[in-house]
Design a protein around this ligand. Sequence first.
Ligand code: CA
Length: 465
Amino acid sequence: MNKLSRIIVLFVFSILTNYALAQDKHIKPNFIIILADDLGYGDVGFTGSTQIKTPHIDALANAGVTFTQGYVSAPVCGPSRAGLMTGRNQVSFGFDNNPIVDLPQFDENFVGLPVDETTIADRLAELGYVNGLIGKWHLGEAEHFHPLKRGFHEFWGYLGGGHNYFANQPNGKPYPYKILCNYKEPQPITYITDDKGDECVDFIRRHKDEPFFLYASFNAPHAPMQATEEDLKLYAHIKDEKRRTYCAMVHRLDVNVGRIMKELKRQKIDENTVVVFFSDNGGPCHHNASLNMPLRGAKGTLLEGGIRVPFVMSWPEQLKAGVEYNYPVSSLDLTPTFVALAGGTVDNKARLDGVNIFPFINGDEAKRPHEEMLWRFTISAGIREGDWKLIRMPDRLPMLYNVKEDVSEQNDVADQHRERVERMLKKLGDWDISRPQVLYLEGNKWRREQVDLYDRKYQLVQPQD
Ligand code: CA
């Protein structure tokens, strides 16, 4: 090859490479998971709240797909997040319960997301993504569980399950967790929901030119119940102090969702960013005054109010706006979905329980993404098969509901469907006993509390004032 030919070949090669790189950059979407904590199903505008105004979350829902049956894999924080981070039902690696380190019989080196589990951040890092976690981790406090060792490149937040909202809050449950950060010296918090919003905006600005995954892990509206005076004034008409505070906390979460969305627009990357918003579990009505209507049950139960959450996905470039998707989907689906959209594949050996839901929600696949879903938490276990859901508890006969016809689970029809109950119970039992040993247990008092949560009365209609 003469010199001229070599130059031409190099020139063409360089154009093709640059073109491929540009295409690659264009094709890979950014991903943002905005996770609310203990948000009630009925407490955002798009699920029918009459009291709480959430214009920014509603705008996100209107811009994308609303899942009317969006589930999480556990009715409490830690296990739900373990499922979210791996795409595997966390029960399959013993993460049934919240990581609790003060039980003497458990070795704290095993109280966290097992290190041989691959996280969504690990998978996206391999595909060239820069990953940031802002906020709550709750997947182990020992050094080897640290988010920076689990695929995240940046972390601003805390390792445990909760945090005070103000720097010096005399009331409310104290959380001992320090704000940790690997890219700057963390400043004292102002109001933590705003501080997290600040960090999310900053992350987007710094990484706008490369594919990124941002896990915006808010603690609002999880207890302690703490809101700013300014936000409390917006809900001054609500007499119940806890409910008033809760509404103000959800308002502040909504404001910060709006700030994230605005920054994407400002950086002109909103079209090619997939944003998913949901809650890590249902509302614990009796603790934070959340409301799950029309669903019965609460955080901690496998009734719909514990596991079905407000859930939206938006991606202006590829998904139609204003679409409602009515088959069940799961937070476990986000790992395989993101990996597929990023151009990767997940090996079958990874044994994910989630599926890539993109072909289902864009209409290429007409069937259900999941024929069945399974849950286990402390003394309860549940299975959904088609539109039927069976819940098994230690102190009563199994409960069976048709959650399509009876979304509020008012009519236990187990008596009328004996064969179905037997079949579902068998499937659930086989799954249950084939799981590995749990890594650690919830404190014993939660066993009684679980039972009580199934027997309580729940408000099933929106408040009118
Ligand atoms: Ca939670």
